[in-house]
Design a protein around this ligand. Structure first.
Ligand code: SF4
Length: 189
């Protein structure tokens, strides 16, 4: 892959510039709470693998956060396995692929979960606040909300991409890793 390999030292910066809202939300919650429930760990973990975070970096990244909440020992015992598992180093050694928008949109996050697609799963108020933090201007905001009301969540995400990057995006978003790599291409070109 052309833009593979994100390292830990770049991760906060690229999260801000190039993560779609679903992943940005998980990333911020992880930094804030030093914890994510299973659905969030899977959704963000596989996405990070897809953006090129190596297994050793992934372990260090999750450990740095979870240790602050559950302690390093418990992290090693209870959580490290599933991260290695996502990278195909445990169990059946399947190489798990990052989730598509369709899969994320059709998930059913419960109380205390932060996975899912914010365009579908956030309240209108929370979605507006999150979008304005991302830098979506008020004109674009109304267009995004209009797509959301019509349940065109991926189009809402595409309009967000266009607003933030100041550029049209004809391909349309259908995968969070596509959002990421096209955003990186945009900033690096
Ligand atoms: Fe994430 Fe896809 Fe929803 Fe965008 S449309 S926030 S990339 S799940």
């Amino acid at each position: 892959k052309e833009f593979a390999e994100v390292s830990i030292k770049d991760i906060d910066q690229v999260a801000k510039s190039s993560f779609p809202l679903c992943m940005r939300h998980l990333f911020e919650k992880l930094r804030e709470d030093h914890h994510l429930k299973h659905g969030g760990r899977m959704q963000l973990g596989l996405f990070l693998k897809g953006v090129g975070l190596k297994l050793d970096d992934a372990l260090a990244f999750w450990k740095a956060e979870f240790s602050q909440k559950v302690g390093a020992e418990r992290f090693d015992k209870e959580y490290a396995y599933s991260i290695r598992h996502n990278y195909g180093r445990e169990g059946k050694r399947t190489d798990y692929t990052p989730y598509s928008c369709q899969k994320i949109i059709s998930s059913t996050p419960g109380v205390g979960d932060h996975h899912g697609c914010p365009y579908r799963h956030f309240s209108e108020e929370n979605l507006r606040a999150a979008l304005s933090r991302m830098g979506v201007n008020s004109g674009a905001m109304e267009n995004v909300m209009d797509k959301v009301r019509n349940r065109h969540y991926q189009l809402a995400c595409t309009l967000t991409f266009e607003s933030i990057h100041g550029s049209s995006y004809d391909a349309g978003i259908n995968h969070p890793n596509q959002y990421f790599s096209d955003s990186q291409k945009f900033f690096k070109s």
